[in-house]
Design a protein around this ligand. Structure first.
Ligand code: NAP
Length: 309
């Protein structure tokens, strides 16, 4: 056990690192527990062209490394370990890793989310080289190409519709023959001449050598196997927020941490949350960074109010 910290930040994607920069500059000497897969989803991307300030774009991992160094410049202490448990029942809170337990007056949770993946051969290898989990981020790279979008929910249909701005054709590959997406989004997609549907079909392999060229398919009703050519494959089968540590300890909505309207405060006073662990809607590095800043300011003001009390 050590002294009581002002703030511990759990998770080092754009939200957590921005919170670290802000809390460090507010003299709160933050401890960042970054986890062994630090950096979040940007570590799985290649070029990021929509993060403001980088005229020529920047590689995802490089952007995260810059944020990390920037946070250290102001005194953030970084621990590269996974948090194994948190005790939020009383203050100071206790945040434990395999090697130690740390006490803190406030916590910023920025553990992010993972895109659900198909787990088929070729998918991980070609992630960032034609396989993407974010049309908003990567659609621009696929001008005039034929694309696949996998999934039948709102995300898949929204992404397919968005991608028609760039692609010559978008095929939605869905494992059933009816969509789960809302009626209005379905209608929009069905009336879009660039969108086609491949029903009852799953991808069994992403093909390509260094760059996606297509996929192997299987019709689940007939068992028929085939191939389909594509310059890009967008996997849109949902996200999984990284909240297992907080189940039963913080209020969650469909697995995401519930924050109070207009704030990053969670259901436990002194615990704040930011980034994709909260946000099921925008899911952008810049929105996560913005929320990280908000969480830092919320935590700072809350700590201040405790001193005054
Ligand atoms: P979702 O609603 O859970 O849909 C996931 C889709 O992926 C489903 O169609 C599912 O098929 C399919 N799927 C899941 N695992 C698969 C696998 N291993 N192989 C092939 N297909 C698989 O997820 P989402 O679309 O990301 O939406 C998440 C939430 O955000 C929803 O509540 C949604 O309404 C909301 N959202 C709203 C908007 C909007 O309103 N603008 C936009 C995006 C998301 P089955 O249908 O067969 O289960």
């Amino acid at each position: 056990m050590e002294d009581i910290r002002d703030v511990i930040i759990v998770g080092a994607g754009p939200a957590g690192l921005t919170a670290a920069i802000y809390t460090a500059r507010a003299n709160l000497a933050p401890l960042m527990i970054e986890g062994v897969e630090a950096g979040g989803q940007l570590m799985l991307t290649t070029e990021v062209e929509n993060y403001p300030g980088f005229v020529d774009g920047i590689m995802g991992p490089e952007l995260m490394e810059s944020m990390r160094k920037q946070s250290q410049r102001f005194g953030t202490e970084i621990l590269t370990e996974n948090v194994t448990s948190v005790d939020l029942a009383e203050r100071p809170f206790k945040v434990s890793t395999a090697s130690a337990s740390h006490l803190t007056n406030s916590i910023i949770v920025s553990t992010g989310a993972k895109a659900r993946m198909l787990d088929i051969p070729g998918e991980r290898e070609l992630l960032g080289h034609g396989v993407s989990t974010c049309a908003t981020c990567d659609g621009f790279f696929f001008r005039d190409q034929e694309l696949l979008v996998v999934g039948g929910g709102d995300s898949a249909i929204e992404e397919a519709t968005f991608l028609t701005k760039f692609a010559s054709k978008v095929t939605v590959v869905h494992r059933r023959d009816s969509l789960r997406a809302s009626k209005i989004m379905q209608d929009r997609a069905r009336s879009n001449p660039k969108i086609e549907f491949l029903w009852d079909t799953v991808l069994t392999e992403v093909t390509g050598d260094g760059k996606v060229t297509g996929a192997k398919t299987k019709n689940l009703k007939t068992g028929e196997e085939g191939t389909i050519a594509a310059g890009g494959i967008f996997v849109a089968i949902g996200h999984i927020p990284n909240t297992s540590l907080f189940e039963g300890k913080l209020d969650l909505i469909e697995g995401y941490i519930r924050t109070q309207p207009g704030s990053t405060a969670t259901s436990v006073k002194g615990v704040f949350a930011a980034g994709d662990v909260v946000d099921y809607k925008y899911r952008q590095a810049i929105t996560a960074a913005g929320m990280g800043c908000q969480a830092a300011i919320d935590a700072e003001r809350w700590l201040e109010s405790q001193h005054d009390a």
